[in-house]
Design a protein around this ligand. Sequence first.
Ligand code: GDP
Length: 306
Amino acid sequence: MLDFFKKTFGRVKSSAGGFIHSLLSPSIDESSIKSIKNIFLASDFGVEVADEIIGEIENNLKKNKELSRENVIHTASMILKKTLQGAEATLDMESQKPQVICLVGTNGSGKTTTAAKLAYFYEKLGQKVLLGACDTFRAAANEQLSSWGEKLSLDVIASQHGADPAAVAFDSYKAAIARGKDILILDTAGRLHVKANLMAELQKIFRVFRKANAQLVLNVWFVADGTLGGNTMEAAKTFHSSVGLSGLIVTKLDGTSSGGALVGIYKNLRIPIYFIGTGETPESLEKFSADKYVAGIFSPNGKRKN
Ligand code: GDP
């Protein structure tokens, strides 16, 4: 089955890498500081982090008239790693059964695909996974998840288009218990006519779980489109203030985007980052590693070193 995916979607895994490296000139002095500023401001790390990097480079320039590209990259890498300290999430597969992971986020960010990838990831670790298709709003979402389920032999609870997502969540939870599943992963809708409707729908899903099991710790993971920069930051803030997020997954880090928004989101919201999405195949999901992420941003050829 993996061959099918590789043939259909396979492409070279390349990361956010390279883009900053290729923009920096081999040596940097006072005259290039403006362009350096623009590079880091455009990186989506957020103004605060970009300012911190630029300030440190300016300090170094006071001591040395000229800096090498490697020196600038070292400075920026150190600041990014410091900013991302504590960001690597620890997987918890012990504390409750079933674990419930609810994926939320804006339309098209990659929730449905990530739900399938996550299920595939956990099954490979020997966990028994059930998928719940709670995005009953987008007509194709149910079928999309069910078709992933068929291709990867994963259990999916789906309902009809327009069904109550909270009812699907409830049925999925009951089924997960009845079938002895270790993990239940719920895909949810990303767009309703009004933002308030979407948040109310998510809150209703969460109420169902609280009613079913008051002790249940619900994992609410925001699936962020890594290519969208500042918009992703705004969306993350809105979801966090409305429904409370406990984790982050950043998708589409296989393209040319730096995925820099990840840094800003973590700095602002302090939500641990679980995974990054690096493609459309089931296995293109990686545990987030701050070191690897930072190295990818500055690697000369843009290839992730896996
Ligand atoms: P949803 O609306 O949030 O459920 O988003 P989907 O899961 O339908 O994904 C939207 C599009 O993004 C689809 O074409 C996916 O194949 C694509 N996608 C999701 N994750 C990734 C990723 O990590 N890399 C790439 N290149 N595409 C992705």
